[in-house]
Design a protein around this ligand. Structure first.
Ligand SMILES: Cc1cc2nc3c(=O)[nH]c(=O)nc-3n(C[C@H](O)[C@H](O)[C@H](O)COP(=O)(O)OP(=O)(O)OC[C@H]3O[C@@H](n4cnc5c(N)ncnc54)[C@H](O)[C@@H]3O)c2cc1C
Length: 395
């Protein structure tokens, strides 16, 4: 039987960040995950300025930077026209690289256990986690950071409510120019040309020496366009965005195309003694809105810098303590913004009707205005230097 104050189940982005923060604060922690090294997985592949700001605030940015590639400048374009050239604020990575860098930031004092949690029993005082290796961990608090896995939630009577099935689909692949050594841009965000394309945007950004593409579409998994994309990706991309070619030139898609749908879901029955849910284990976000990691970091920052130290300072782990986290105004605002952005981006990308058409043009004109103002402010420097802008929606 191992004893600890906090048992974290899941060493993905949320669990590893929590272990790094709590371990550094001198709190006794056990971090449980079946994978000694986080395996390759198609998830978030870039962080933007505000997400990096949180990493800086919690003192973990320096450890993460070597796993990331800075994009230097971003062209923002629609209908074949570059409407803004802004200074870069995006950092690309492969998800396993990011999580493994976060794991490396976990202090040696944290008890890292390579096993699957197979059972959890909770109470207002002591919690017990049973492991696939036959061991048991006793803790004052369990942090459930096991992502999309549902097994343990069922045991606890925590329910997942899907609010939007297959809300969006993300495609990830590498691109290279067919007739040149490099693209003209550091990174490119290209918005859908028409609602018939059923896409939000294509984002191209560097990871190491490769140009990575994330394409966000609103389709079903049996849409024949996905099959065409696998069979003839270059043709499918230019059919979807006919005015992209003048910006990229002829292109080759290199290596596999990853395709992953995302359901939006929320959680019910989670206000329980002894256990708290963070990251995707609590609620998912839409990859197109790009808010998933911001939500992970907001959850973990509030939980580990505010609530857990308070909870451990007095006996017991009653539901009244746990509820303070779910009602935390910073967490609630982050969850709400994430959900709103998911629906807003989908609607503005694919909804028909005058109101939505007007919104699309308003956004286009606003972005073009920002781009023009930037050029005026810094006429001698392409791209200007207006400082970092916020996340994907603001791109
Ligand atoms: C295709 C795609 C693209 C995305 N793009 C973006 C983006 O551009 N921007 C953005 O901000 N967000 C994006 N997201 C969302 C973001 O990736 C997630 O919100 C984030 O990775 C969630 O991290 P997590 O730690 O909650 O879960 P995970 O990283 O999935 O971690 C869960 C961990 O739990 C472990 N585990 C599971 N079961 C057990 C068990 N029984 N016992 C012990 N351990 C267990 C797993 O091994 C894993 O290590 C994207 C998501 C997807 C799917």
């Amino acid at each position: 039987m191992r004893e600890t104050d906090v048992a974290i189940i899941g060493a993905g982005l949320a669990g590893s960040t929590a272990a790094a923060m709590l371990g550094r604060a001198g709190i006794s922690v056990a971090l449980i995950d079946p994978h000694p090294v986080y395996p390759p997985d198609f998830r978030c592949e870039k962080l933007d300025g505000p997400q990096i700001d949180i990493l800086r605030r919690i003192g973990l940015a320096d450890q993460m930077m070597p796993a990331m590639t800075y994009d230097k400048t971003v062209w923002v374009a629609r209908l074949g026209r570059v409407i803004d050239r802004r200074p870069g604020d995006q950092y690309g990575f492969l998800y396993d690289g990011l999580v493994n860098a976060m794991r490396a930031a976990v202090p040696a004092a944290v008890d890292v256990i390579v096993a699957k949690a197979t059972g959890v029993s909770t109470s207002a005082d002591k919690q017990q986690v049973t492991l696939s290796n036959g061991e048991t961990v006793r803790a004052r608090l369990v942090v459930l950071a096991n992502g999309l896995n549902v097994g343990l939630r069922h045991q606890l009577g925590v329910e997942r409510i899907v609010t939007s099935a297959c809300h969006s689909i993300t495609l990830g692949f590498d691109l290279k120019p067919r007739h040149a050594l490099a693209f003209d841009f550091g990174a490119l965000t290209y918005y859908g040309e028409t609602i018939a394309a059923r896409m939000a945007y294509l984002t191209l950004f560097p990871i190491g020496s490769s140009m990575r593409a994330n394409l966000m579409v609103y389709r079903t998994m049996d849409d024949p366009w996905l099959r065409d994309m696998r069979r003839a990706p270059e043709t499918s991309l230019f059919d979807l965005m006919p005015n992209l070619r003048p910006l990229t030139g002829e292109i080759d898609v290199v290596g596999p195309i990853k395709i992953r749908p995302a359901d939006l879901y929320v959680t019910q029955g989670h206000r329980q003694a002894g256990v708290v849910l963070v990251g995707d284990a609590f609620a998912t976000s839409c990859p197109a809105a790009g808010t998933g990691t911001r939500k992970v970091f907001a959850d973990v920052e509030q939980l580990c810098s505010v609530h857990i130290p308070n909870w451990l300072a007095s006996p017991g782990m009653a539901a009244t303590k746990i509820t303070e986290f779910y009602d935390d105004p910073v967490k609630c605002a982050s969850d709400q913004a994430s959900m709103e952005q998911a629906y807003q981006l989908r609607s503005v990308s694919i909804n028909d009707g005058l109101i939505w058409e007007a919104q699309r043009w308003a956004r286009f004109i606003l972005r073009a205005g920002i781009g023009a103002a930037r050029q005026l402010r810094a006429p001698h420097r392409p791209g200007g230097h207006a400082g970092p802008t916020s996340g994907k929606l603001a791109a």
